[in-house]
Every structure is written in structure tokens, then in C-alpha cells.
Write a protein that binds this ligand. Sequence first.
Ligand code: HEC
Ligand code: HEC
Length: 308
Amino acid sequence: MSDFSSGLWHWYITIPTLLGIAGCAWLLWTMGKHRASDPIKSIGGGESVESTGHVWDEDLRELNNPLPRWWVGLFVISIVFGLGYLAIFPGLGSYEGNAGWTSTGAHQAEVAEAVQQLAPLYARFEQAEIPALQADPKAMGIAERLFLNNCAQCHGSDGRGSKGFPNLADTDWLYGGTPEAVIASITQGRGGMMPPMAAAVGSADDVANVVQYVLSLSGKATDPASASLGAGKFAVCAGCHGADGHGNQAIGAPNLSDRTWLYGGSVDAIRHTIEQGRHGVMPAHESKFSSSQIRLLSAYVLGMGQSQ
Ligand code: HEC
Ligand code: HEC
């Protein structure tokens, strides 16, 4: 199948291809017209032979004889094969071929076949409880490969995450660490939304004070006086993070009173969060995985946290 941006490309491919084939056929036809001379006789000098005029080593002459018949036959077969192929399969610009073959269709057929072959393998994971899956080394082997191929680029091959990508190998959860919550995170994806809050907090000093207050929640404030001034301003944050800063898993607002940070626990990182807001996106995997694959992945993810 072709996705040309302009119809010009269709002709740019079709015309030279067909002209090329026609040119080959014409060459074969005209060259095949004259008969081959007898090389033995011509060496003896009994008959005049058409020569290309090229001579090497004094008497080695290049004769202009037509191609052997079997060779011509091969050319004719190639031309017929080429034309037949171009009629059946897509190859001439945007002409789709009359067999209805497409590379997308071929890929989909292969995927469907693989899914069908794997179905019995996954079927036994469909109804299994999460602890039973975690205890099954074969199931966890499959889950680990799924994780490494599909999740590790964001969450790390050990699941420990990085700035903006949550650590899945601890017991701290943005959206909850129950099987239902983890399955929902993977299936539907997540998008934590913290709007820019500087204007709601007030002046730059107010923001600095709130930063100190946030640090004080996990016992890390460097300026306690500033932190106590910030406490009053935290009211605008409490709607999402809770009055005590313990967070809210329903909207993925992180717990600010622990020592786990999604975006870093430095003064600069926290100020940046308040001034610019944050919006981490976990893509939905609904269309990519079957429900048993998502169960396997959830069991694997939950297992990483339990082994801490
Ligand atoms: C493109 C990057 C990306 C990929 C790929 C990705 N994730 Fe995520 N994931 C995130 C981000 C970012 C978040 C946090 C979302 C937020 O801040 O609200 C997240 C959140 C999660 C959570 C919720 C964590 C919590 O603390 O509640 C789970 C569980 C999770 N991912 C599992 C997976 C699994 C399993 C896969 C592979 C199938 C995966 N992720 C693939 C970026 C990704
Ligand atoms: C509308 C709800 C909402 C409000 C209001 C809000 N936050 Fe947030 N906050 C969130 C969400 C959701 C996240 C996680 C963003 C993500 O997943 O990318 C977050 C993330 C953070 C983080 C990063 C935590 C980490 O682990 O790195 C800090 C710090 C923070 N908020 C502080 C504040 C402060 C201070 C205020 C008040 C000035 C505030 N937030 C107001 C929803 C909110």
C-alpha cells in the first residue's frame, strides 16, 4: 500500500518501471533478429563475421553474436514474471494489485495467528489470583519479558523509575497498590494533573515559604521560620494533597509527607512544581494487551514492591 503525498509519485514510479520493462523487451526483440554465425568457420576465416572491432592480444577478436537461446529465454521469463507480479501485487505506484495483498494485512494476519497460538498459554492466567501468578515462575518469566519490552523504557528495567516516572518497586503508590488500582493504571493509563499554583499562593516570598513548609512535612525544612509562614498558604494545596499533605490516590496527588519524590525533593524542584505545575502521563495499554497479559504485568509490578 502506498501513502503518497502527491499523485505525481504514482506516475514517477509507474512510468519509468513500465518503460524499463518495455525497453528490455524491445532490446531483446531487435537483438534476437540476426542469426548467430558459426564460430569455428569464422575462426578459419571461411565466412565473414560481424565483429565489434575490439581486438586484444593481436588476434583475440570480440564477435557480435546474439545471446544464446536459453539465455534469451531467461530474459523473456523475467519480463513475463515481472509483469505478472506487478499485476498481482502492489508495486506500480499506488496501484494496489488485483490480489488485494497489503503489508498491513499480512502483518495483521501474522499477529492474529500468534494471538491464536498464544491464547491457550494465556488462558490459564485469565482467572488466576494475583498471589498464585506471583508464585508461578513461568508466569513471572512471561511477565518480566512483557515488562522489559513495554514498560522499562519509562520505569527502568528494575522498575525503580526516574524523575517524573514513578518507582514501581517500592510500596509507595500514587494511585494505590491494590490489584484493582494497578490493573486500572495499566489498562486505562493515568495522567496526574497539578496546575501551576504560584499565582494562587501569592508573592515569590510566599512561594518560598510554601516550599519550606512542604519540606517540613517530611522533616527536611532548612528554614523553620519560613516553613511556619508557609503553613497558612498550604490551604490552596490541601484540596488535592490533603490538609496534612498525605496526598490523594483518587487523583494521583502524591503524599508530600514521605521521603519519596516523583520530581525530586530539592528546593528548586519543589519551587518548579509550584510555579509550572506537573502533568505526568502514563499511556493506556488497553489496546496493546489482552486482559490476561495485564493481569500478569500487575502481578509482576506488585511483586516488585513486595520484595522490598
Ligand atoms: C511513556 C512512559 C511510560 C510507559 C511506557 C509506561 N509507563 Fe507506567 N507510568 C508512567 C508515568 C509518567 C506514570 C505516572 C503518571 C502520573 O504522574 O500521574 C506511570 C504510572 C504507572 C503506574 C501507577 C504507579 C503508582 O504509583 O500508582 C503503574 C502501576 C504503571 N505506570 C505501570 C506501568 C506498566 C506495567 C507499564 C508497561 C505495560 C508502564 N507503566 C508503561 C509512564 C509510563
Ligand atoms: C488540582 C490538584 C492539585 C493542587 C491544587 C496542588 N497539587 Fe501538587 N500535585 C498534584 C498532582 C496530581 C501531582 C502529581 C503530578 C504528576 O503526576 O505529574 C502533584 C505533584 C506535586 C508535587 C511533586 C511531588 C513529588 O513527589 O515530586 C509537589 C511538591 C506538589 N504537588 C506540591 C503542591 C503544592 C505546594 C501545592 C499548593 C501550592 C499543590 N501541590 C497544589 C495535584 C495538585
